[in-house]
Design a protein around this ligand. Structure first.
Ligand code: GDP
Length: 444
């Protein structure tokens, strides 16, 4: 869901609460207003927004904050919990054999999502297969086949057969040895009786364990009607929200979740098979609130450490924030970051970094490419331990020496020192975030 500015606008109101131990009605109202504005802009229905506002008001003013909790932490926790409540838990998808049927209007992203989900399950070690029963949309067969090839998952479809129910039946036989069978169905531009009838028949034939409704994030209030129709025809267990990478808002889909008493299963964030995320309410809301998705960050760090063979002690965020940031530390950071993916994404996940600091940095400031990393490593190899521990001691004459020794230019050595200064500043900013937010979250 696109609530881009919720984090930054809320932070302003929350900051005003610093030092306060009790909330008054005015404080709560200001926060509720920010949340309302943001949710309504993201197309969340008025009913849902009003219910949520009422719950936040009620809890913030009546619940007793646990001893020692500041007013700010108290309200932040309530807002967080209520937002998690609004988006719900993610759809239960055990990693075991199952059949999943996708439903939705034409263009919602079913075919793309079928291949993406198959790719996702394959990465979890299961063997998925996709059946394409969409005989209505020209090109659906080729598109599905190509995407499944890219995802390296099994596929069944038949461009010469125009009976979707028959295709479903044969596909189920053909792919009887896969673990996860994903059945893509036809959509229409609007809900029609023939579409619903066909879906019901396919459902009878494939007997899915779960039906997921695929919704374009731009759907807005139309989601309600679609959800009601599909719910009464086949029953909906979860929702896939697609195209969240665009300018779409996504909040409309929450109405579908509410109407079908279901939950969000996956988010689609691009056109490639890998552009899929399993929906995780806590991470999702942390990101919305600009608190950073620490869970995801931790996972990435762990993965990066696995790949570089580093141990936990090498990447202790608290340690990193405490003392002097040396060139040794920088080297570890760069190795880890290099393995973590695009730095801008990593930074989005770090609390307090979402907006501010990132914008102040020059575009290439944190460009941790392999090549650059290698150059830096060669340069560092020509430095003494003392210089690595105290980069500020590297004077002009030492720069000349290091450049000569490493076969790199003096400019490259200076660049390395600049980079260190910049990263060091960033680390200080972490530790200066105050009121223990970061440390606390890192521990979770
Ligand atoms: P279907 O008719 O429901 O099967 O929809 P498709 O899977 O063919 O998707 C319709 C269009 O939306 C295609 O051009 C897809 O590439 C595009 N699409 C699907 N999911 C996403 C997404 O998450 N992000 C973006 N940017 N495009 C998507």
């Amino acid at each position: 869901m696109v609530l881009d500015d919720l984090g930054s606008s809320l932070r302003g109101s929350l900051d005003k609460l610093r030092g306060k131990s009790r909330l008054d009605e005015e404080d709560v109202e200001e926060i509720v207003k920010e949340i309302q504005r943001s949710l309504l802009q993201a197309d969340v229905s008025v009913d849902l927004v009003m219910d949520l506002s009422e719950d936040i008001r009620e809890r913030a003013l009546n619940e007793e904050p646990p001893g020692g909790t500041s007013a700010r932490d108290h309200v932040l926790r309530i807002v967080y919990e209520e937002l998690v409540g609004l988006v719900g838990e993610s759809t239960d998808l055990p990693l075991e054999s199952q059949t999943i049927m996708l439903a939705g209007l034409q263009g919602s992203g079913k075919t793309t999502s079928a291949a993406k989900m198959a790719w996702w399950f394959s990465k979890k070690g299961l063997r998925p297969g996709v059946i394409q029963t969409d005989t209505f949309r020209p090109g659906a067969y080729d598109q599905a086949k190509q995407m499944c090839e890219r995802a390296e998952v099994e596929f069944y479809g038949d461009p010469d057969n125009d009976d979707p129910v028959d295709i479903a039946r044969k596909g189920k036989e053909e792919l009887s040895d896969v673990d996860v069978l994903i059945v893509d169905t036809a959509g229409r531009h609007a809900l029609e009786d023939t579409l619903i009838g066909e879906l019901e028949e396919i459902e009878r034939v494939v007997d899915p364990d779960r039906n997921l409704l695929v919704l374009d994030a731009a759907i807005g209030q139309g989601a309600k009607d679609q959800a009601d129709e599909f719910e009464s025809a086949v029953g909906i267990d979860g929702v896939v929200i697609t195209k969240l990478d665009g300018t779409a808002k996504g909040g409309g889909a929450l109405a579908a979740v509410d109407r079908t008493d279901s939950s969000i299963a996956f988010l689609g964030t691009g056109e490639e098979v890998q552009d899929i995320e399993r929906f995780e309410p806590s991470g999702f809301i942390s990101r919305l609130l600009g608190m950073g998705d620490l869970k995801q960050l931790t996972e990435r760090v762990e993965r990066a450490m696995e790949e570089t063979g580093q141990t936990e002690e090498d990447w202790d965020p608290e340690e990193m924030m405490k003392g002097e940031f040396t060139l040794h530390d920088m080297r570890k950071q760069m190795e880890a970051m290099n393995n973590m993916g695009p730095l801008s994404q990593v930074m989005d996940m770090i609390p307090g970094l979402g907006g501010g600091l990132k914008d102040q940095l020059p575009d290439d400031a944190m460009d941790v490419t392999q090549e650059r990393l290698r150059d830096f490593e060669v340069i560092m190899d020509s430095m003494t331990d003392d210089e690595l521990a105290n980069p500020r001691s590297v004077s002009k004459s030492r720069i000349e020496r290091v450049a000569r020794g490493s076969g790199k230019s003096e400019e490259q050595v200076r660049e390395l020192l600049e980079q260190h200064k910049m990263m060091s500043r960033m680390m200080k900013q972490f530790s200066g975030m105050g009121d223990g937010d970061m440390q606390r979250m890192m521990k979770k």
